[in-house]
Structure formats: structure tokens, C-alpha cells
Design a protein around this ligand. Structure first.
Ligand SMILES: *Cc1c(COP(=O)(O)O)cnc(C)c1O
Length: 367
């Protein structure tokens, strides 16, 4: 029983080992996971309250239109309610977009390395994937424009980019949008939007009227700390959202997720504090990298990609044995770098100590 041909080239998602298992195997008391860009401070208490209130309703299907959340979010973003589509994580909105626009006769343009789900879903739809190498961690927007042809349906901008953390400034975004044919959908994936502090980061919502081919993706998984509940959304002109809606499952977001998202949207203080602590954490990592002479990309997200002057998997193993799980760059297209999620102050301090000792041991070996 063979599935569609294109599935044969894809590997199923390989989940990391369960933390409990790693603890037992390595005889560790404590394990800190800084690998999936989750919020180390959890989620807002307001989200938890909303979840509790919802527990008496678990036998009732969710509202497939997410009306209450939709109203709240549309007010906050200052867009019409029909301009929003909710997904089971923004991952699902990526999938819906690919289902809606891609087929074997089409192609899609993206950076490389970038968030792997664009490519994964495009391949399932049988579309050709045109990958344009990053330049110093940044999208090469000119080369991406060059790659667009008459069969291109979607161009993906990951802003800030995962795994590098770099961002596309407003001037470059606008000049890119001006040149992209208006019948090509441009997706601006802003999963780390809440963490960004660069003054010239584009407020893409302002451009929805001007560019009818623009789709913005955001999520409750990262700064809002609701990764377990799977809820994210897309925002675009109503005509785009209405045309892709049929590709969405009717009950794709749960009652609990919708309730939590409503609570999360009410808590600006939580987001502000997380952002501030994240920024301080990033600075701690920058100072460490500068001191040790390690290359890194300045990050607008809640993670940092660091060159470990050695095989990434080796650094990964070393840190794992010390109780820290990071993301090895070997699977991300950066074979000598690791991606570390910014943790709590104490966690950052500890992992930096271990990483420092690791780097010293590497340098000693070389000398
Ligand atoms: C984490 C992430 C997402 C997906 O998040 P969901 O949990 O599916 O909402 C999307 N894009 C990027 C770039 C991410 O890093």
C-alpha cells in the first residue's frame, strides 16, 4: 500500500526523547529543556483561569468559528473578524495555505534554512520547493524575487527567522512586497512577534490594505506560553481568508485552547515581563559569546544560534549530560551551531557555565 509518491521522500517528525527517560538513562536529577522555544515562565494566570472555567463544558463541541476569541482578537489587531483564520497551532495554518494554493503544477519559494513546515507541507502537496540560501542568517530577498516565476503561488518569509533569529526590517519588507507579483501569496510568519524589540521591524498589519496578497501568521505557542494547547492564527484580506476557509477542519481548535487564548490576550503585563526577561537573557548570551569569541546571530526571538567551534551533535551530547537539552544545528542546516532557547536567569547562567567549559575543552584539544 503505497501512499502518494511525494510522502516517500519525507521522514515523520522525530520527537525528542521524553525528559523522564533521559533522566533515568543519564542518572540526572534535573533536566532543563531549552530546545523548542517554549516560554520558560509558563503562561498567564488569566489563561489558566479561563481554562478552569471551561472544564465543565468538555462534552460540548467547541465553537468552530471561535466567535468570542475572534471578536477579542479582531479588536486588538484592529482588523475585521472575517480577516482571521484560527489553526491548531500556526503549523495548521501553514498546512491549510499549502492545501489551498499548492499542487504539482506549482512551486513555492522560501529561505533555507528556515522553519521546516513550509517545505514539509509543500512537498506533500507535490509542489516544487525553491529554496534560497540565507546570507549571514538573513533572507536573501533579491534572490527570492529572482526565484519567483509564473508557477509560484506562495513565498514564505519567516520574520524573525527560525533558526537564526534574524529579522527583516520594514524597508526591505516593503521593497520586497512592491516587487512581488500581486497574485503570489506572501506569508509573513511572525511566531516570535511578541519578543521583537527592533524599532524597524515591520508592523505588517499596517500593510494588509496595501498588499492584498499578504498573509500574517502568529501563534499563542511561544511568548503566550500555550504551546500544549495548539492555537495560532492567520490574518489577511477577507477575500484570502474566505477562500482558504474550506480547507480548515470545522472543529480544529479546542474549547480549552480558545478559552486560554482569550485569557492570554487580556494579559499585556505577562507578555511585557517575558519580553523584558528574554531581552536580558539574550544579552547574557551575547556577552558570553563575545567573551569566548563565539559567532552568533543577534536575535529578535527567544532563542540564539551559537557557533560551538565543533560538531553540533558533540556539543549537544555534552550539554545533555549536564542536564541541558538544546537543539543541535546538525538537523537545522548549521552543523557547527546549537540553537538555545533563552531560559530563566538561573538556567541561562548554568548552561553558559557548561558551554564555557565545553568550549575551553575544545580549544585545549586544538592547541
Ligand atoms: C514555533 C513556530 C511555529 C509554530 O507554532 P505553532 O505551535 O504551530 O503555533 C511557526 N513558525 C515558526 C517560525 C515557529 O518557530
Amino acid at each position: 500500500m503505497q501512499p502518494k509518491q511525494q510522502l516517500l521522500s519525507l521522514k515523520p517528525y522525530k520527537p525528542g526523547k521524553p525528559v523522564e527517560e533521559v533522566k533515568r538513562e543519564l542518572g540526572l536529577e534535573k533536566i532543563v529543556k531549552l530546545a523548542s522555544n517554549e516560554n520558560p515562565y509558563g503562561c498567564s494566570d488569566l489563561a489558566k483561569e479561563k481554562i478552569n472555567e471551561e472544564l465543565s463544558q468538555l462534552h460540548v463541541y467547541p465553537d468552530g468559528y471561535s466567535a468570542e476569541l475572534r471578536e477579542k482578537l479582531s479588536n486588538q489587531l484592529q482588523v475585521k473578524q472575517e480577516q482571521i483564520i484560527f489553526g491548531n497551532g500556526s503549523d495548521e495554518v501553514v498546512q491549510i495555505l499549502c492545501r489551498a494554493y499548492l499542487s504539482p503544477e506549482t512551486n513555492t519559494v522560501m529561505a533555507a534554512p528556515t522553519f521546516p513546515q513550509y517545505r514539509h507541507n509543500a512537498v506533500i502537496e507535490g509542489a516544487e520547493v525553491k529554496e534560497v540560501q540565507l546570507v549571514e542568517g538573513n533572507h536573501d530577498l533579491d534572490a527570492m524575487l529572482q526565484a519567483i516565476d509564473q508557477d509560484t503561488r506562495i513565498v514564505w518569509l519567516c520574520n524573525p527567522n527560525n533558526p537564526t533569529g534574524n529579522y527583516i526590517p520594514e524597508s526591505e519588507f516593503v521593497s520586497f512586497m512592491e516587487k512581488v507579483p500581486s497574485d503570489v501569496v506572501v506569508v509573513s510568519d511572525e511566531a516570535y512577534y511578541e519578543y521583537v524589540s527592533a524599532a524597524d521591524y515591520p508592523n505588517t498589519l499596517d500593510y494588509l490594505d496595501k498588499y492584498p496578497n499578504l498573509v500574517i501568521l502568529r501563534t499563542f505557542s511561544k511568548a503566550h506560553g500555550l504551546a500544549a494547547l495548539r492555537i495560532g492564527y492567520g490574518v489577511a484580506k477577507s477575500s484570502i481568508i474566505q477562500s482558504i476557509e474550506p480547507a480548515r477542519e470545522p472543529f480544529n481548535t479546542s474549547r480549552i485552547a480558545q478559552a486560554a487564548a482569550i485569557g492570554a490576550l487580556e494579559d499585556d503585563t505577562f507578555i511585557r515581563e517575558c519580553k523584558e526577561k528574554n531581552r536580558k537573557g539574550l544579552e547574557t548570551f551575547y556577552a558570553f559569546c563575545d567573551e569566548k569569541g563565539l559567532l552568533y546571530y543577534p536575535s529578535e526571538a527567544n532563542f540564539i544560534l551559537i557557533d560551538v567551534k565543533s560538531d553540533a551533535d558533540q556539543a549537544f551530547d555534552y550539554l545533555l549530560r549536564k542536564g541541558y537539552i538544546v537543539r543541535s544545528g546538525s538537523a537545522l542546516g548549521f552543523p557547527t551551531m546549537i540553537r538555545v532557547t533563552i531560559g530563566e536567569e538561573e538556567q541561562n547562567k548554568e548552561i553558559i557555565e557548561h558551554l564555557g567549559a565545553y568550549i575551553d575543552s575544545i580549544v585545549e584539544k586544538v592547541n
